[in-house]
Ligand binder design. Structure first.
Ligand SMILES: *Cc1c(COP(=O)(O)O)cnc(C)c1O
Length: 467
């Protein structure tokens, strides 16, 4: 090998180079976090052009860090600023420095947590996180959980587990129940879990987009009488559209009576359980057989983190475990689980630390207070918009989504209304269809969103409604 032809950074850089690069990144991140409130919420314009400029293939000989970092920076700045206090679109995620730091460390030492034998103490840290989450919902000691990359994969494992536990190998005639407000990843999960399209039963909702419990019972009984096998009901604890919370206690009752697995998709709403109001609104969730959570929403962590909790940990394992001869040296998991037996994944990142480090450093109370503040601010925003006769707010927020539209305005008028709101570049809202009508929504989840921002948002929305 001709060494002189090689100019790139060695695969293991020299100590000074490691430090130098890490310092540049650290300094950039510090500036980033400190400037979030001032950064335009929709980022720099010409995002597609920036993307095109960055088209490239890696060279044989490598390049210097500074020029690469300049490009990465450009990519970052040409993005919507989901971490900004004014980002009220979809379900935002805040991002935490302490979580990024945990990832840097965990990826740096490259610890393996797919099985518990290689790095049991790192697995213990992940277990601490999962046990803490399970305790929020009063799940019993036999409960087990997994950290996934997001709510979608948590829902997938939940549906696969329910199918395996309740239907066994032959599940062609199985049926499950949810509403048309459920997140699309739930029906997608069912498809990926091998269930035919006809297995999905859409239960009607009430005026506030919550599942009609009586209709659920009737549909289950009718299906059973017709020879089908109802096995699962998926309730939402905070829908993405309107933040609606299905009547969990009533649904839980039907689930018990009818022998259905109750899965609660709490990807958006679940961590409001940390607050007194949230506990009230999610009452009944503790009866679930499984719960999906998204720490990258309700705990403000960076993207790439969902969680699934399952009341009967044996059911989760039964659905996912597959013996492998090449893993025989690892032994039987006793105190600590081999996560690969509970999830579709084997090798993966040590994602427990990115939750544990923020929880321990900031304390649980910091998360509770931030979520409580979002509930307060939702009331402030809802009340102020309600006062404006030009606006129509057909539903009271059940968590932190405020749906609104121009009173008497058609879809086009509301689409332009949304454009005017976002044109100010201080806040960013999104839209959805409700009863087939274009409806705007503001969703408050970013922990950096405080009263000053909401006051500004009220001004912006009212001014846009006047135009
Ligand atoms: C975000 C969300 C999901 C999907 O989770 P991802 O983390 O985006 O995969 C599922 N259900 C609800 C209610 C959500 O808000």
């Amino acid at each position: 090998m001709n060494q002189s032809a090689q100019h790139g950074l060695p695969l293991d850089p020299l100590p000074g180079d490691m430090r130098g690069m890490a310092e540049v990144v650290t300094e950039y991140l510090v500036q980033f976090f400190c400037s979030l409130a001032e950064r335009p919420v929709n980022g720099l314009p010409a995002k597609r052009e920036a993307a095109r400029r960055l088209r490239a293939t890696p060279s044989e000989q490598g390049r210097d860090f500074a020029s690469l970092f300049g490009e990465v920076r450009e990519a970052i700045e040409h993005s919507y600023e989901y971490c900004s206090p004014g980002y009220l679109a979809y379900i935002p995620g805040g991002g935490l420095f302490t979580s990024a730091l945990a990832d840097f460390l965990a990826q740096g030492v490259n610890r393996y947590v797919g099985v518990s034998a290689l790095s049991p103490a790192m697995v213990q840290i992940e277990e601490n996180v999962l046990r803490w989450m399970a305790s929020l919902f009063d799940f019993p000691a036999g409960a087990r959980g997994i950290l996934t990359t997001g709510g979608s994969l948590a829902n997938f494992s939940a549906v696969a587990t329910a199918r395996h536990a309740r239907l066994g190998e032959d599940f062609e005639d199985g049926t499950f129940y949810t509403t048309d407000q459920v997140h699309a990843c739930v029906t997608k999960s069912a498809r990926l879990a091998g269930l035919p399209h006809r297995a999905a039963r859409m239960v009607p909702t009430d005026r506030e987009w919550r599942m009609d419990v009586g209709a659920l019972r009737d549909m289950v009984r009718a299906d059973r009488a017709a020879g089908r096998r109802p096995f699962l009901v998926v309730a939402s604890a905070g829908t993405t559209n309107t933040g609606a919370v299905d009547p969990l206690a009533g649904i839980g009752q039907v689930a018990v009576e009818e022998g259905l697995w109750l899965h609660v998709d709490a990807a958006y709403g679940g961590f409001f359980q940390l607050t007194a109001r949230g506990r009230q609104r999610l009452a009944g969730i503790e009866r679930a057989d499984s719960i999906t959570l998204d720490p990258h929403k309700g705990l403000f962590l960076p993207y790439g983190l969902g969680a699934l909790l399952v009341r009967d940990g044996r059911a989760l394992r039964a659905a996912h475990h597959e013996a492998a001869d090449y893993l025989q040296d690892l032994g039987v998991a006793e105190e600590l689980p081999h996560y690969n037996e509970y999830s579709p994944e084997l090798s993966r990142d040590a994602r427990g630390l990115r939750v544990w480090m923020p929880l321990v450093l900031h304390g649980v109370a910091a998360f509770r207070a931030a979520l409580d503040e979002k509930l307060d601010l939702t009331d402030v925003l809802d009340a102020a918009l309600r006062e404006d006769a030009r606006l129509e707010l057909p539903w009271r927020p059940q968590l932190t989504v405020v749906p609104f539209r121009l009173a008497g305005g058609d879809d086009d008028a509301n689409r332009r209304f949304l454009e005017r709101i976002n044109a100010a570049r201080r806040i960013f809202c999104s839209s959805t269809l409700l009863d087939g009508r274009f409806t705007l929504r503001a969703c408050l989840v970013v922990h950096r969103t405080h009263r000053d921002l909401i006051d500004a948002a009220i001004e912006i929305i009212r001014a846009a409604a006047r135009e």
